[in-house]
Design a binder for this molecule. Sequence first.
Ligand code: AMP
Ligand code: ZN
Length: 469
Amino acid sequence: MGFTVYNTLTRRKELFKPLKDNTAGIYTCGPTVYLFAHIGNMRTYIFEDGLVRALKFFGYSVKRVMNITDVGHLVSDSDEGEDKMEVGARREGKSAWDIAKFYTEAFFKDYKALNCLMPDVLCPATEYIREMIELVLALEKKGFTYRTGDGVYFDTARLPDYGKLAGKSHMEGIQEGARVEVNAEKRNPHDFALWKFSPAGEKRQMEWPSPWGTGFPGWHIECSAMAMKHLGGTIDIHCGGEDHVAIHHTNEIAQSEAATGKPFANYWMHGRFLVTGDTGKMSKSAGGFLTVSTLPEKGYDPLAYRYYCFLTHYRKQLEFTWEGLEAAARGLDGLRGLAEKLRTEVTGEPPAADRDAKYFKDFKEALADDVNLPEALAGLWETLKNFSIPAPQRLAFALAAEEVLALGLFSAKERQELPAELAALIKEREAARKAKDFKRSDELRKALAGKGVLIEDVPGGTRWKLSRG
Ligand code: AMP
Ligand code: ZN
């Protein structure tokens, strides 16, 4: 069975053919570490984790590289305004370096809570300045650059297929929008900075010497230099969120292909956004966003959010609602219940999964169909509930599926089991509620909260969660 993915570049689903045997080299754009990542950002990383795990399930040996943007991402994606890192530093009265360290750690705490596998290579942009300068030199040598008063720019007019990722009409739309640009020295509104100079008479916190003057790299050059360093001139798959198509990835392609004369990536995969009803797309700059770390405070296991993301295909927009998350949390509880029951039912080691069984093939087929996790998940549900399949086989399948889904299907028990004393308090509170003794039920709620157990009344009963993740 071949593995197919939707390629933004060709606008169709294609059979995945790696450059080398059964290896898959994947580059995923990482976080800009000037602020906490929100659950929207995390939707993109959950999609990428699903892709990596699905490829592994198919026997590919995956090398995944992720950058950390710790310099050069300006407030406007088109090279204008301040560096986001310096904005963060000023906001918190810390150095840009401290800001980067703090938010990188915060990011990976959330990332791990979502059961996302750590990348094989993690590269902070500030550690690859030499490679970036070399890439700009190569472009300069080939005549793709020009200088302005504030930096070295890529001359997009020199590249006939510039903008191929986003498509012509899309690029024209951006061109219209870009007319109001402030940088009059640019030859073309699409041109972008490869290297920016530190402002005259000002010492930036993050700056380096270069053949053109002291300054810092453009955001796009970071990814090209690090991707090529770790994965070679052409990589198998490059991923990111949908916002990267028109500018960031378009420019990564332009500068990489201009430098090497080779395709930069064979497959481009983009996840659609998580949006909210009131503010539209969830974004760091708009503020008021939710982070993974706040989910346990609200009574939710971060993996319920992972499950929530898997209910919608990554190429469809997902609207976040609390009702949706609640439904996902219940769904996950249900699935864990089935998995746990099988675990107790089946004595001894489970057998190997039956790879010829229809449900197993269907599961694989769903993964191979552009990582269709909603369908894979639905298949798992159906199979676990199908009592005509022997319990050991169902257990074996659940264990195999967990390798891809990583929903904590078998670690729920420890999490869910409460000390008898607390369980008794919950029971007592339920009885008080039934008897409409709301004063007593409220007291018990508070007592439980004091012991780290959050109670929530939902239609048909009571749900509880530990307040500490
Ligand atoms: P950033 O830290 O802003 O560079 O973004 C990190 C990743 O999150 C990128 O791949 C973005 O495309 C992605 N992203 C940003 N906002 C959202 C959103 N609302 N939903 C899904 N992905 C997003
Ligand atoms: Zn990138």
